[in-house]
Write a protein of this length. Structure first.
Length: 169
């Protein structure tokens, strides 16, 4: 059925007593042997029956339009949800890639008792500032010297220490 563009609930019945409908009334009066007023009533009944069919079709069309709009909205929501899930999966994959891998574990291997030597804070600071620094600071001898001389507190400074459950300076 073709799409109805005008709401039949809002359309008023035409006046079949007008001169425009005289030909239709004359045909009905001669065929059925009735008066012109009765012919106008028959035309009005026919128009009303046709309009009632159009009203039902209009209601079905409106219902179909609402269902189609709801289905379209549901599909759009589903697409948005799928896109969000894809984005979340991509976001969860990225941190997994960024996690550092642990070295393999070797059973029955002794743990190193010595800490590896590092260059002095002075040498590292010079590197950060991109200033000139001698290579001797990065040799094993330079790192050992840095470990011997690297103290958080100067030897001449006072510090609290615990001796036999007493605190002293």
């Amino acid at each position: 059925m073709p799409r109805i563009t005008v709401n039949p609930n809002l359309v008023e019945a035409p006046d079949f007593t007008l001169e425009v409908y005289a030909i239709a009334r004359n045909v009905i009066t001669t065929q059925l042997n009735i008066t012109a007023v009765e012919a106008a009533e028959r035309l009005k009944e026919a128009w009303t029956a046709d309009n009632d069919v159009k009203k039902l079709a209009w209601d079905e069309q409106e219902l179909a339009d609402c269902e189609e709009a709801a289905q379209r909205a549901q599909e759009e929501d589903q697409q948005r949800n799928e896109e969000l899930q894809r984005n979340e999966q991509n976001e969860t994959r990225e941190p997994k890639k960024k996690k550092p891998k642990l070295n393999s574990f070797i059973a029955n291997c002794p743990i190193a008792t010595a800490i590896k030597l590092h260059p002095s804070c002075f040498a590292l600071h010079k590197l950060k500032e991109r200033e000139y620094i001698e290579l001797s600071y990065f040799t094993p001898d330079g790192c050992a010297e840095a470990a011997n001389n690297d103290h958080a507190v100067a030897e001449e400074a006072f510090t609290f220490s615990k001796v036999n459950d007493l605190i002293s300076l």
